[in-house]
Design a protein around this ligand. Structure first.
Ligand code: GLA
Length: 737
């Protein structure tokens, strides 16, 4: 599971010291990791506990820490053990904060105290072995640091070398600590069609939990946190952030402890959790990534984006630090046009229309298989519906290819409708408690992917589908959360390991499919953004952020999304107006520009488009293709946030060599005649000359068309008085001369 970092040191402008290899100071018993502008230091204290010492801006190579000294007790109520910020604390010995590991032994003992045992230096970090003071429970902590971004990857393997089974009741991937201070916590919340709300609140004493206990990542919260010193700020202040690479139930606890320091612990959600480890068995946690930025939330997200592009996403092309995924093809998706009424003739007619726009990939959505006419039937029966496609998928795929596009298909492999051949044959294959109701959501049940036979079925039909058809892309959907999560094939004590095995099997199917069909690309969709995390993004080339494609709502959603995830993976479709959700009417230009801030797609019923609309889309798709790498893989600056009812919003991206920049500006509704504020750009080369060209040219700026980077960043971009009204948008590119 643990990602190792390839590639070597890329010095950022402010860095003067070369990256260290991981260093262990044998006298002081300290471990030190340096990468990017970050240092991370921890050590073994005299009691043998692994204690965090420092996480922040890069220290000089000559700086040394003395041996870790445990925090003192606070009267007789808070022990030194609980006050000391441990890297991975067992629940025992009077620990009152969130434990990293909690175990029940066969004899009923529940005390676990982990002490340092040994360590190994690895290429980019350490493997550190802890052991319980009395029993043969071993924990190996993996640490590695990315030399470019300073992002740490941490995870744990828990091993039972006792002669009896033990039950793990709680297992974190890692615990982080930030010194006492005044902090704001940033996290993402939402709901179906309303994902990606950036929620910001002061950190107070006590614990704040963000989590999913739904079996998958969830729309309601995302496994990411950012702790900012002081008040939230895009460009100033220290930020410590982290993201958990796990697509099952998860929990991140942020607590300001009894002595005011802040600890963040995250991993498997302990709610309803239980993992029996027989003698000799082990459990590996997900990876918890953590990073530090000295200059606000904007820098924190830029660091994370580059890390995702360089180290997390699949299909990277190139070597080392230059490796990057291909910008996403511009897709057309049939869902909003035809919903489940897909037919060979209907899809071919759509394909002909969209090919003329410059679309790269045609994706047929739900409805092509089994007896799928509505969402009441067919899920699980992954054979082509011959009423709709009498000759199979081949004629449509051939047609799409002949039009110069590749072909993608929708699947929802982990689900079954009770009205399906699969369920009639295997009613025992779903998550359920025997004799209890099986709660349906969207008329469907969840297949228990943890079962080997279910895993084999799911892998088998997908492999066949990809072998028999020339499919470039799967939109992998997942349209409900778990209920009644029983696994009655196993003894009662072992059933709760479904929370781990389900997700592991999902990952292993994706990995195996990618190996066998290396060209196939994947999108993670879960009724929109219900399964977006750094775990699934090891396999998914892109994600569907929301079923809500309203271009104005998307501005705020995209703003929230980019605090964690790169625009490279942020699919954004242009759909019809008035929008089905908000009934809002917007121009095609506004919709296009809203979507062009991410990975562009078209999802409208273009059979109804006028020639003028088709020409507009074609022009803007061509303009997008020219600047797409800068938009999706450049440095992103959120210049004016659309949050909190803002009248205006703007984003800017700059490519890595600063030769190109793209700016998007949006007006919600001008009030009292205000014109768009002067927009001071960021991230350009101050000494270079940049020419400004409109991508969407209606509202012209009043600034010169060529000026220095210093001008654009200090004087800024002035829009003309014409740039007013409701739902207005403009976009420009700047090219270094
Ligand atoms: C989910 C997805 C949609 C569409 C439908 C199909 O809701 O988010 O984009 O694929 O399923 O049923």
């Amino acid at each position: 599971m643990l990602k190792t970092f390839s590639g070597f040191v890329l010095l950022t402008a402010s860095m003067t010291i070369m990256a260290q290899t991981p260093t262990f100071d044998n006298d002081a018993k300290t471990f030190r990791l340096d990468g990017g502008d970050v240092s991370y230091v921890f050590g073994v204290n005299p009691r043998g506990e692994l204690q965090q010492l420092y996480w922040g801006g890069r220290l000089a190579a000559t700086d040394h820490f003395p041996q870790a000294a445990p925090m003192p007790e606070w009267a007789s109520f808070d022990t030194s053990y609980t006050n000391t910020p441990q890297e991975y604390a067992g629940w025992g010995n009077g620990l009152y904060n969130e434990p990293s590991l909690k175990i029940t032994f066969a004899d009923g003992n529940r005390d676990l105290v982990l002490h340092y045992e040994s360590h190994k230096v690895t290429e980019r970090g350490f493997d550190i072995v802890l052991k319980d003071i009395k029993t043969a429970i071993f924990v190996t902590l993996h640490y590695s640091i990315d030399p470019d971004s300073g992002i740490l990857a941490r995870s744990a393997i828990i091993e039972n070398k006792e002669s009896q089974p033990v039950t793990i009741e709680q297992a974190a991937a890692a615990a982080w600590a930030v010194p006492p201070g005044h902090y704001t916590m940033n996290y993402l919340t939402g709901r179906w069609a309303g994902e990606w709300t950036l929620t910001q609140e002061p950190i107070h004493p006590g614990a704040r939990i963000i989590e999913s206990c739904r079996g998958s990542t969830g729309h309601q919260a995302n496994p990411w946190f950012a702790i900012q010193s002081g008040d939230p700020d895009e460009n100033h202040g220290e930020v410590w952030f982290g993201a958990l690479a796990w697509s099952g139930s998860w929990r991140i606890t942020v607590e300001q402890d009894q002595l005011d320091s802040v600890r963040i612990t995250g991993g498997f959600n302990p709610f309803d959790f239980g993992y029996v480890l027989k003698p000799g068995e082990s459990l590996e946690t997900p990876v918890f990534y953590g990073g530090y930025a000295a200059h606000g939330l904007g820098e924190a997200s830029r660091i994370l984006h580059h890390f995702e592009i360089a180290h997390v996403l699949p299909h990277r092309i190139g070597e080392g630090d230059t490796a990057a995924p291909k910008p996403r093809p511009v897709i057309y998706n049939s869902w909003e046009a035809t919903e489940m009424n897909v037919t060979e003739a209907g899809q071919e007619a759509l394909a002909e229309k969209v090919a003329a726009l410059g679309i790269d990939r045609f994706v047929m959505d739900d409805g092509w298989f089994g007896q799928r006419k509505t969402d009441h039937a067919g899920l699980g029966d992954w054979y082509v519906n011959t009423e709709k496609f009498p000759h199979g998928l081949k004629p449509l795929i051939d047609k799409v290819h002949s039009l110069g596009m590749d072909f993608g298909l929708w699947v929802e492999p982990e689900m079954v409708n009770p009205d399906s051949d699969l369920y009639r044959k295997h009613p025992d294959w779903v998550l359920n408690f025997p004799g209890r109701p099986r709660t349906e959501q969207r008329n469907q049940l969840v297949l228990n992917l943890a079962r080997p036979d279910v895993r084999a079925y799911v892998y088998g039909f997908l492999d066949k589908l990809l072998t028999e058809n020339d499919i470039a892309f799967l939109k992998w959907d997942y349209n409900r959360n778990w209920s009644e999560p029983g696994w009655d094939q196993l003894p009662p004590a072992e059933q709760k390991k479904v929370y781990v095995e389900f997700t592991r099997n999902l990952y292993s199917i994706l990995a195996e499919l990618k190996t066998k069909h290396p060209k196939v690309e994947l999108e993670s969709c879960s009724g929109g953004g219900g399964r977006v995390d750094l775990g699934i993004l090891q396999y998914a080339d892109e994600v569907w952020p929301s079923d809500n494609t309203d271009p104005f709502d998307r501005l705020t959603q995209q703003d929230g999304f980019t605090y964690v995830y790169t625009p490279q993976v942020m699919m954004a479709w242009v759909t019809d107006s008035p929008h089905w959700l908000n009934k809002r009417t917007t121009s095609l230009e506004y919709r296009m520009l809203s979507s062009m801030q991410g990975s562009l797609g078209i999802g409208a019923n273009i059979a109804k488009w006028s020639d003028e609309e088709a020409a507009t889309a074609k022009r803007l798709i061509a303009a997008y293709h020219q600047v797409q790498p800068t938009i999706v893989q450049g440095n992103l600056y959120r210049l004016i946030s659309p949050r909190n009812g803002s009248e205006f919003s703007a984003t800017q991206t700059v490519n890595r060599d600063k030769s190109q920049s793209v700016v998007f500006l949006f007006i919600h509704s001008t009030q009292e005649g205000r014109i768009f504020p002067r927009l001071k750009l960021q991230g350009l080369d101050p000494a270079a000359q940049y020419a400004l060209t409109p991508i969407e040219d209606k509202p012209s700026p009043t600034t010169p068309t060529t000026a220095s980077g210093a001008w654009w960043m200090n004087r800024g971009l002035d829009m003309s008085e014409d740039f007013r009204g409701d739902y207005q948008a403009a976009a420009f590119r700047l090219d270094r001369k």
